[in-house]
Design a protein around this ligand. Structure first.
Ligand code: ADP
Length: 408
């Protein structure tokens, strides 16, 4: 077993492996995992769990003991701070926690990689909250709570924006006045970077596969696409905030900025209401008038609901359009990867997207053959010129790995 030499600042000295608790807070959930990370590259998931329905009276703690086997228990009315304590206690029952990695959504202009958290770093992350109001405040609360629970253990913040930090100028810039851009650090930051780095590294580790020009699509409640050249992000669909780009569960994605101006100026709809409308009432939920949940929409479509069909069609069309655009950005296309709840599970959605891309050399296996990939990565094309992959998202593993990389 390789020996890890931790920097003296972390006070750990030489050890063989390190147990890292990864914390991944969502809008009403907290995913967590305990990994034993060993160098070089070997790692083992010791425990994985989720606290769901936080902020309601019926929060639940789900522990995944092994793939396909889980236990759930009700934990009552639990908010994020108590959820972190539950996560810590569940892991401590299993093994010692030696470091913490926490996902932070917005790293702003300064955080280009993982960083060891101290009070100054936490203040800087707090100061970025206006850029991602729904996310960064919860990330800070998570880190704060974890530090309170675990005292002196090193905490590493791993940023969703970091993977896109070096976007080429043509992809990062908005066509806005230069002074304003510089004054307010206005640029396209991009998100889902932890997931994209995991997908890219995973696919690039498969021997003999050509994935130099890769488009990855993270399709969950939030959704985005990313053009990845030789493992590096060169364009991505989310921008300054996670609102730009693809149609999402409740977010509109790309929209004419003039439409917002019109609603504010002519219809006197206040900015706060517009914010709520664009972030929480649009996307698949807004278009269908039903829900932002793709599984539910697929059922409604099968029952003949035309608005469910329209919402799914627009969702798929926009993704296919971005993949086409990114084939231009990459000057070619070797592979497409789908990840996230929709990307991993919806055969129908993958087919809907890929049938538009046949002219680029994208052909899927028949749906039966590609419907339920059980491995962490599965190839689902029929041997076509462009390979197509389903990769099971594992942001927690990537967070743990990046935390250990920083600490060693
Ligand atoms: P989040 O971004 O909140 O982590 P997920 O990655 O869990 O979200 O993705 C949630 C989405 O995945 C929902 O739209 C859900 O309907 C969809 N989804 C999950 N399983 C399936 C399935 N079997 N078929 C179609 N859609 C699915």
């Amino acid at each position: 077993m390789a020996t890890i030499c931790l920097k003296s600042a972390t006070g750990f000295g030489h050890i063989d492996a390190m147990n890292v608790l990864s914390l991944n807070p969502g809008s009403s959930s907290l995913k967590f995992a305990l990994h034993s990370i060993q160098k070089p590259g070997a790692d083992q998931c010791l425990l994985r769990g989720t606290l769901e329905r936080l902020g309601t009276s019926e929060a639940t703690l789900r522990i995944d003991d092994s793939p396909g086997v889980h236990t759930s228990k009700s934990v009552g009315a639990v908010k994020l701070t108590q959820a972190v304590r539950h996560a810590v206690e569940s892991c401590q029952e299993h093994s010692r926690i030696e470091a913490i990695g926490c996902r932070v959504v917005h790293g702003g202009p300064n955080f280009s990689g993982p960083v060891l958290v101290d009070d100054a770093v936490l203040d800087e992350i707090k100061a970025l909250s206006p850029l991602a109001p729904l996310h960064n405040a919860r990330d800070v609360e998570t880190i704060d709570s974890a530090r309170k629970c675990l005292g002196d253990i090193p905490v590493v913040a791993v940023f969703d924006t970091a993977f896109h930090h070096a976007l080429p100028a043509v992809a990062a810039n908005y066509a806005l006045p230069r002074e304003l851009v510089e004054l307010h650090s206005l640029r396209r930051y991009g998100f889902h970077g932890i997931s994209y780095r995991y997908v890219a590294e995973h696919l690039r580790s498969i021997e003999g596969m050509k994935v130099d020009k890769l488009v990855a699509c993270h399709l969950g409640n939030g959704a985005s696409a990313c053009a990845i050249l030789n493992g590096v992000s060169i364009d991505t669909s989310m921008g300054m905030t996670p609102l730009e780009g693809l149609v999402m569960g409740t977010r509109c994605g790309d929209i004419d900025a003039g439409l917002i101006l019109y609603l504010e100026r002519e219809q006197h709809i206040h900015m706060r209401e517009l914010d709520k409308m664009l972030n929480s009432e649009s996307g698949l939920a807004g278009m269908s008038g039903l829900t932002g949940d793709v599984r539910e929409l697929e059922k409604a479509e099968a029952e003949g609901n035309p608005f469910a069909k329209l919402a799914l069609d627009v969702f798929a069309y926009r993704i296919a359009k971005y993949i086409g655009a990114y084939a231009v950005a990459l000057e070619g296309l070797d592979a497409i990867a789908f990840t996230g709840g929709i990307g991993e599970n919806s055969t129908l959605m993958r087919e809907r997207i890929c049938h538009r891309l046949a002219f680029l050399g994208v052909h899927l296996k028949t749906s039966d053959a590609s419907s339920k990939p059980t491995e962490s990565v599965a190839r689902i094309d029929d041997g076509s010129q462009v390979s197509v992959w389903v990769v099971k998202a594992d942001e927690e593993r990537q967070i743990a790995k990046e935390a250990v990389d920083l600490l060693t």
